[in-house]
Design a protein around this ligand. Structure first.
Ligand code: BJW
Length: 254
């Protein structure tokens, strides 16, 4: 069940816990989300015992080398993921973050490692997909990115240039995550960094908390269990995202 960690420290006028002994007002928030935020929407996480890669070794499906070696295996895996994304519905954690996005008067950036579109379907607008998007295809011939809801297994031609060079628009291991410059600027300027539903196993996202700390930013983790980088956070609140995220958002907007 939910184990709640101590919540010490003074609160600013937004109801956000301030840094140790200081009352720096929170204006700029960066939220990082991972697979745990979508777990209660029925989308499997990666590193649970029954995780996504149980039947697939990660190096067989989530690297450019794997795609070059066996494109059909990788396309089948992402066809399956695309179907799962379309069947899923946003949960109360996505809804709460959308409410925060709509109501927060300061700067906000929701950086998600997830390839699903549940933040957007819940109504969030300030969302950045650093590991790509499941419902997007990337033409490696003309560089077009296209909304894609069907299969890629039959190697269809690119609607823009006709080449048969479409791949999932996903950041695989060894590839550069998207829009890192924007993320680093946002992290530098943040007053509060909140990490939600991620194990802290995959870089560069796993290093964001340390970057935030180096800039004197307050840090909070909301997760089912302690993440690998948990000791870097000022505070950890443990529990299912559908409970701890709405509670935190209510506090921030109070
Ligand atoms: C709940 C919950 C509930 C469950 N409520 N919580 C050696 C050392 C350091 C780094 C490297 C290294 N060797 C290689 C690297 C780099 C490599 C890397 O990190 N490898 C690690 C395995 C060590 N990284 C890369 O290659 C990245 N690129 C890169 O580094 O470029 C160079 C660069 C240099 C400088 C600056 C910037 C870049 C690319 C990484 C691409 C990751 N891609 C994947 C797959 C593609 C997307 C897809 O198919 O969906 O992205 S991997 C996979 O892991 C996916 C996820 O986005 C990512 C993170 O997983 P996440 O979200 O944390 O999921 P889980 O399952 O791990 O955790 C879920 C959590 O939720 C758990 O804690 C649960 O408890 C919790 N939870 N239910 C709340 N109800």
């Amino acid at each position: 069940m939910t184990a709640r960690m101590a919540r010490n420290g003074p609160r600013n006028k937004f109801g956000v816990i301030a840094g140790e002994g200081c009352m720096k007002p929170i204006r700029t928030i960066v939220v990082l989300t991972g697979a745990g935020v979508s777990a209660e929407s029925g989308l499997q996480t990666f590193r649970a015992a029954d995780g996504l890669w149980e039947d697939h070794r990660v190096e067989d499906v989530a690297t450019p080398e794997a795609f070059a070696r066996d494109p059909a295996l990788v396309q089948r895996f992402y066809d399956m993921r695309r179907a799962a994304i379309m069947a899923a519905r946003p949960n109360p954690a996505h809804a709460a973050l959308a409410r925060l996005d709509a109501a927060w008067p300061g700067e906000l950036l929701i950086v998600t490692q997830n390839i699903d579109d549940l933040h957007e379907r819940a109504g969030a607008r300030r969302v950045l997909h650093m590991h790509g998007e499941g419902l997007s295809a990337w033409c490696t011939a003309c560089d077009a990115r296209l909304r894609w809801t069907g299969t890629l297994l039959d190697d269809p031609p690119c609607p823009s240039c006709g080449a048969r060079a479409l791949r999932p628009d996903i950041v695989w291991f060894g590839e550069m995550p998207y829009r890192m410059d924007e993320i680093f600027v946002a992290l530098r300027e943040a007053d509060l960094f909140v990490s939600i539903g991620t194990s802290g196993a995959v870089y560069p996202a796993a290093g964001f908390v340390r970057q935030a700390r180096e800039c004197g930013t307050r840090t909070l983790e909301l997760n089912l269990e302690r993440s690998q980088g948990s000791t870097w956070f000022h505070e950890s609140r443990l529990g299912p995202a559908s409970t701890v995220v709405p509670e935190w958002v209510e506090e921030v907007l109070a």
